[in-house]
Design a binder for this molecule. Sequence first.
Ligand SMILES: [Zn+2]
Ligand SMILES: [Zn+2]
Length: 241
Amino acid sequence: MLKAIFLNLFFPVNCASCGDYVTLTSEPGVCGECISEIAPIYKCGCRFCGRPVASKVKFCRVCRGQKSYIDDFYTAFYYEGKLRSIIKKYKYGNARYLDKFLSSYLAGLFKKCIPLYKENSIIVPVALHQSKLKQRGFNQSGALAVRLSAALGIKNVPRALKRLRDTEPQYTKNRKERFENIKDAFSARAGLCFGKDIILIDDVSTTGATMQQAAAALKSAGAEKITAITIAHGRLGNMEV
Ligand SMILES: [Zn+2]
Ligand SMILES: [Zn+2]
């Protein structure tokens, strides 16, 4: 109790969406009103880019005919409205505490959509390059993976994936440039992922370029199955920060 009072006194936060004052200890950094307006879609998406599609449809119109390294791709939200401002604050506004709030929807997505995972399942977050890590202070996908691992009891193995080089931000680029920008940016450690069913975590997917490259590296190191999950799917042209 005393700790809660102390924290609220010295670390007040504003709702990550509307800016109203909320107490960090009683709310997850988003006010109740905003939470009530957030409706997850919890859908299986296009196997290549994650865009939500009708059930039984495997690829969206844009990705049809593409070779996908991802076996299943799920997303919790569209990257728009309140969710968009919350994710922006989490990623670029140093609001690390939002990992709890956001990962609760990843756990919800799991419970609703994802069939029983096997004993050889591991969670792997998309890796950030060292220089981005320094600049941002934390790996936003890594923090979500830690929370999800605790909620589901599946081992989190961030070291399975390695970022080989720093890349320019994807949101400044068109579809073709995104694939070029991220090409061969990852490698995977076979000792950690050989024969594993991997639950690959990222915050937002748009064209699927980053997730595909990460999945390709994991599969070439012997991963058996890749289930990609993201908090939100964004439309190209709507991704500027
Ligand atoms: Zn609010
Ligand atoms: Zn697609």
